[in-house]
Design a protein around this ligand. Structure first.
Ligand SMILES: Nc1ncnc2c1ncn2[C@@H]1O[C@H](COP(=O)(O)OP(=O)(O)OP(=O)(O)O)[C@@H](O)[C@H]1O
Ligand SMILES: [Mg+2]
Length: 251
């Protein structure tokens, strides 16, 4: 099983869109996909039309070892999903004083055997939940928007990844940096892409996700892009991302 954490401490860069639609794309390549919502904003959960506030138990219960991951896993079309709710913010506080607090997600996932991919949607910070994702994951997928400040947050993220490799998870790999909301006609977008390419080389994925209104609309319908607008640029780009990650294999 490839465990991919979709991570960037910068907010609004396309983490949730990437987790949902990469998951959707892989499922349509007949891969068994588990999506995990590790963000108290619960955007992934709501993006898939799951009413988290009506559920008795979600991600937080599994992290607090009140139940196994299976007990909070739902079926949504071709995907399996572990939803989150705002209660996850409280869980993060409770975890701070718990034993094995950094390895809760890794332990929970170690018993999940029926999947080819587990994709974790992280919150926009480097707190305890994100730490759990970095300890559990084999790979990081880092969406970035083509703006100047993206470079600065990438630098900070790479420092954190280095610390995690030296401590909790020596095998943590960077499966890729993904440009999102990319507009090729904009000079700044092309320049930022070139800078990232110069610095990160092959870690910059060939696939870029274009700015696409259908991707922004899909969450309000509770659907991934393949159900909402299968012929959109967004669907084509996320399909290409899935194919590129399959072609490259686990890093
Ligand atoms: N390629 C795209 N084209 C157009 N809009 C996009 C694209 N990708 C994401 N969006 C929109 O941009 C906003 C931020 O995206 P998203 O929620 O995926 O980012 P995020 O990194 O998960 O945010 P947060 O840090 O708050 O968790 C959302 O409204 C989303 O619908
Ligand atoms: Mg998000």
């Amino acid at each position: 099983m490839r465990i991919i954490a979709v991570l960037n401490q910068k907010g609004g860069v396309g983490k949730t869109s990437t987790a949902v639609n990469l998951g959707g794309a892989l499922a349509r390549q007949d891969r068994r996909v588990l999506l995990l919502d590790l963000d108290p904003q619960a955007h992934l959960t709501y993006s898939l039309g799951i009413m988290a506030h009506e559920l008795p138990r979600t991600m937080g219960a599994a992290l607090m070892r009140e139940c196994p991951l299976d007990a909070v896993t739902m079926e949504v079309g071709p995907l399996k999903v572990v939803p989150a709710s705002v209660a996850l913010a409280g869980t993060e506080v409770d975890l701070a004083s718990a034993t094995d607090r950094e390895t809760r997600l890794r332990d929970a996932l170690s018993r999940a055997r029926d999947y080819d991919f587990a994709i974790i949607d992280c919150p926009p910070n480097l707190g305890m939940l994100t730490l759990n994702a970095m300890v559990a994951a084999g790979e990081l997928l880092v969406p970035v928007q083509p703006e100047f400040l993206a470079l600065q947050s990438l630098g900070k993220l790479m420092e954190t990844v280095k610390a995690i490799r030296e401590g909790w998870n020596p095998d943590l790999a960077l499966s890729g940096i993904l440009m999102t909301r990319y507009q090729r006609t904009r000079k700044l977008n092309r320049e930022i892409r070139r800078k990232i390419k110069d610095y990160f080389g092959d870690a910059l994925l060939e696939t870029t996700i274009r700015d696409n209104i259908s991707l922004a609309e899909a969450p309000s319908f509770g659907k991934d892009i393949f159900t909402y607008k299968p012929r959109s640029h967004g669907a084509a780009d996320y399909r290409n991302l899935a194919l590129e990650l399959l072609r490259r294999g686990a890093p």
